[in-house]
Design a protein. Structure first.
Length: 333
């Protein structure tokens, strides 16, 4: 298969490239050149900015394109019209859903309304609506011939955030572990390598439709996740100090960022980490054992090269520091 990857240099995209090469496909990556191609000797590089068109791909056609970095509807429409490809796989997001209070979230859950072409910001609360607009733009061009992947939380090596890495590495250092008292809350995420492999296979098989992609089929509880994170670090009896949510909020602790994967009960948004994924699993998606992802992330993080394409700094700067955690433990437990 002649595969074009839009992106391919940072996180999910680089795993797509690895998966495609592992399957023996001919891979071209179209990117802006801000980051070196990890597999430059094995792929064909085409440099360009999708906002300016696809002159670097003139005269070329592909069996499939996997779009890992479409954030504005106009850009996705331009890609869908300007790239000659038999199959189009678009990475959307669970953030498109308008109602995350009722879990589990299915593909039939209503989506947000796009903000319109006059809005070009994609950050914060605009991210979900813009992704919904991207889906609409793609369907307007490709109809029912595309695969829209509504990805949940993606984790694994090369993840520029600390949403998963914080907990994967936390049990590797001594001392009690501060955690919000939400042990029964669902948590769900997918190793980006599993998503990448599935999308490559789906592109080759011309799978179409709209599918949630996360894992596993039954979400773990937060407590189960921390237990596995501890086990992966070789800690058989972890000292987890469960602290009441209101005490943490009162102390100024930021949910989700300072303590990753914590979605407070008051937010009424369990669906962000609890999606129905039966369609994707029926279409071939698989989820590797959690312990494998945990160990691989710990090994990768130990290398110290955690630079984000978006932030330009170590993503760990936002999570609780060891000193801040110790101060909170002393004050709240």
């Amino acid at each position: 298969m002649r595969l074009l990857v839009l992106g391919g240099t940072v996180f999910l995209g680089r795993h797509v490239v690895d998966a495609a090469l592992a399957h023996g496909h001919d891979v071209t990556i179209f990117h802006r050149g801000r980051h070196p191609a990890p597999r430059a000797a094995d792929v064909c590089e085409a440099l360009g900015d999708r906002t300016a068109g696809f002159a670097a791909l003139a005269g070329r056609d592909f069996d499939a394109v996997i779009d890992t970095c479409g954030y504005l509807p106009a850009d996705v429409e331009r890609s869908a019209r300007g790239i000659a490809a038999g199959s189009y796989v678009f990475v959307s997001s669970a953030s498109v859903y308008a109602d995350l209070a009722t879990a589990p979230v299915t593909e039939d859950t209503a989506v947000l309304e796009p903000p319109g072409p006059q809005v070009t910001d994609v950050h914060g609360e605009l991210y979900g609506p813009q992704k919904a607009g991207c889906e609409r733009a793609l369907r307007a061009v490709r109809g029912d011939t595309a695969l829209v992947v509504r990805a949940g939380l993606l984790v694994g090596p090369h993840d520029a955030t600390d949403r998963f890495t914080y907990w994967a590495t936390r049990f590797g250092r001594p001392g009690p572990v501060l955690a919000p008292a939400v042990a029964a809350h669902p948590v769900q995420f997918l190793d980006a390598r599993d998503l990448a492999d599935w999308m490559v296979r789906a592109a080759a098989d011309r799978v179409t439709g709209t599918m949630n992609a996360s894992g596993p089929r039954r979400a773990w509880t937060f407590g189960e996740f921390l237990q596995q994170a501890a086990a992966a670090a070789g800690v058989s009896r972890p000292d987890v100090r469960w602290v009441d949510e209101q005490l943490l909020i009162g102390a100024g602790v930021q949910p989700w960022s300072e303590l990753p994967l914590w979605v407070p009960t008051a937010w009424s948004a369990p669906g962000v980490l609890d999606m129905t994924v039966d369609r994707a699993f029926a279409a071939g998606l698989t989820s590797r054992p959690l312990v494998d992802t945990l160990r691989d992330v710990v090994a990768w993080a130990a290398g110290g090269q955690r630079v984000s394409a978006d932030y330009g700094t170590r993503a760990s700067s936002r999570v609780l520091t060891a000193d801040r955690e110790a101060e909170l433990l002393a004050r709240l437990t």
